[in-house]
Design a protein around this ligand. Structure first.
Ligand SMILES: [Zn+2]
Length: 209
């Protein structure tokens, strides 16, 4: 009886081990595929950026839009390039949207933060003067329709309270009132999912007393 039990246990153990092995192999294969996909995406992004740099903005626009349609989540670099190229395409609202997104994601420390701020300003100025004669038919695409990749930390400084966890409101008489930010649970940051919900207007604020 004891012997049967032992054999049974060994068989069960071998079986579970084989299943674990199988699962591990599947996981590794998925990881490998994801890495390759990332590498391909990066090459595509780099080549489109070069197209933009040599001044072929219409072609670059096409490439960036194709990327937006096919990437699972939008890397911050793409947000920057598309925002910059949109300025050259005269699509200022779209440019402002994507450059702001890049700045939100990267703060002041991103590789393109200074350039993003520069083009953001240019687009804002251009938008004011272009508003009257804007007759363009091109369809603009905005970041809220895409899943934004928040980078390896998976976190973003809460854009509502700028990471302070407090929202300051000016009263009529100039006195300030302070309210706890309802979005970031007093952390000052949002998870990537929360951030993506926020930019779609789908993140419900916590009820604060
Ligand atoms: Zn907040």
């Amino acid at each position: 009886m004891k012997w049967i039990l032992t054999v049974g246990l060994v068989v069960w153990w071998a079986n579970t081990n084989a299943q674990d092995d199988q699962r591990e192999k599947v996981r590794q294969a998925q990881e490998q595929r994801a890495l390759e996909q990332q590498r391909t995406n990066q090459l595509w992004l780099d080549s489109a950026a070069r197209i933009m740099e040599r001044g072929d903005y219409a072609l670059a626009d096409k490439e960036f839009r194709n990327m937006l349609a096919s990437f699972k989540s939008v890397p911050s670099e793409l947000a920057f390039y598309f925002g910059k190229n949109s300025y050259y395409m005269g699509q200022y609202k779209q440019s402002i949207d994507w450059l702001s997104k890049y700045i939100q994601l990267k703060g002041a420390s991103g590789s393109f933060s200074a350039e993003a701020a520069d083009f953001l300003k240019k687009s804002e100025t251009a938008l004011v003067s272009a508003r009257k004669e804007q007759t363009r038919n091109a369809i603009e695409v905005f970041s809220r329709d895409f899943f934004i990749d928040c980078g390896p930390t998976g976190k973003v400084i809460c854009p509502v309270c700028a990471g302070t966890t407090v929202i300051i409101r000016k009263g009529y008489l100039g006195q300030n009132s302070y309210k706890t930010c309802g979005y970031c649970h007093q952390r000052g940051t949002l998870t990537c999912d929360e951030y993506n919900k926020l930019i779609r207007g789908q993140l419900q604020p916590e009820k604060t007393p």
